[in-house]
Design a binder for this molecule. Sequence first.
Ligand code: NDP
Length: 512
Amino acid sequence: MLRSEGTGDTTGATAGTVAPSPTGGTFESRDPATGTVVGVFPVHDTAAVDAAVARARTAAERWAALGFGERRLRLAAYRGHLARRLHELADLVHRENGKPRADAVLEIALAVDHLAWAGAHARRTLGPRRVHPGLLAVNHAAHLEYQPLGVVGVIGPWNYPAFTPMGSIAYALAAGNAVVFKPSEFTPAVGAWLAEAWRAAVPDVPDALQVVTGLGETGAALCRAGVGKLAFTGSAPTGRTVMAACAETLTPVLMELGGKDAMIVDDDADVAAAADAAVWGAMSNAGQTCIGIERVYATAAVHDRFVAEVVTRVEALQPGSDADASYGPMTMAGQTDVVRRHLADAVAAGGTVATGGTVDGGYVAPTVLLDVPETSAAVREETFGPTLTITRVADAEEALTRANDSSMGLGGSVFSGSRDRGLDLARRMRSGMTSVNAVLTFASVPALPFGGVGESGFGRIHGEDGLREFTRAKAVTVKRAPLPVDFMSFGRPAGAADALARVLRLVHGRHR
Ligand code: NDP
């Protein structure tokens, strides 16, 4: 990314896809493989962000008034548009993020599936329902519904520039909110494309999804713009800054932060399958996956076989940007410095490089590290590169203890020959999501909530929890008939409290 006043050598996409910012200047996004400019985008300043949020507020009223059924139709039109133009968007994701086209297609397919689920399940999850009024309000009808917050701000990352923000956007829209989305400065073209697609597919409420582009300050302006909620995905340090900015206006936040996800390989695991999954979980998308596998704890019974299987597979990987590439360059050039630091630290602390360990320009060789001390940065901090540490442990219990010894807890994986044992370990893993005998699967199940514990953040996208995340519960009671004695009136008779105590004793007093 370069900040500039000019346009440079572009491939066609221009700042024209989002509303210009008269005062903020422009910036470029570049293909990380070639350095070619993908697009030039406005830096939306505070005034421009406030204007977008004001337009969204108006759109939110119309969007909410449409109701679940009409919104579902429009969300279907949006996903139809994305599905029909999938290759166009995949090409843009490939050029701006660097990942192989096939991975971009997979990412968009997941986003479309989540859109479909959110649209289809919003009414059942959020719509009005009667609930039991309980003993003291037996003469009232009790109604519950989940109402939209108005405008939701979404600050998204560059690693899955379509799928990750859609986890907030789709669910917020389905719940009846308008959305103002600030994509990462590394992937503004994908964000702008998503908003333009919305305008084309849903022309009667075009401002229900808008994009503002820019750098960190544009995101900060969105935090202060008075949105109903701010959904942030990114690093923990920036998450803290975002929370602090949102605190100024008491804007609630959803935090999807980093991970240091672990895989446990038990004695009776299918070692070849575990190795295959570990390599995909660690290396796909150049390791730039918040739920990527960064640490493996393999029991002594399978450790050596597992390492051999992993190394064989890793050595067949080919980083690059052509059609055969296993994964692309690091999207953010500066990320190679983090990877280098973690590699150097791991080796200095006594770890060994089983394969890889080199960085060539923006490409990090697929790397397997062994015997890295648990105190090393490669084990404790999010690396966000195609690297994997493998550690020998006595048994699965030790693996679980080590897996859980992390400030973060986003996802994770367990490989076990026993379904019950795998499920038990998964339940006890300190993370928001765990796959048994697979990796990352939970993210592709729209009905399952997605989010972390500890420094991986809080709040949930996806599933019913993800729909409710972008709403406020509204409780209403409607009096149906008077009771002979109204306890909530100064006119109640003197003996009313005694009568109530007798009823209470009858109903609850028998429980010991
Ligand atoms: P950041 O957390 O810095 O940025 C994430 C998003 O927040 C971007 O859209 C960014 O905009 C925006 N932002 C930055 N500063 C502010 C601010 N002051 N107020 C509001 N919004 C702001 O992540 P990076 O992209 O810089 O990546 C750094 C590290 O974060 C990675 O190495 C990785 O470890 C982790 N990460 C984790 C992700 C995950 O899915 N868990 C996703 C991405 C990163 P802009 O890009 O314009 O600066």
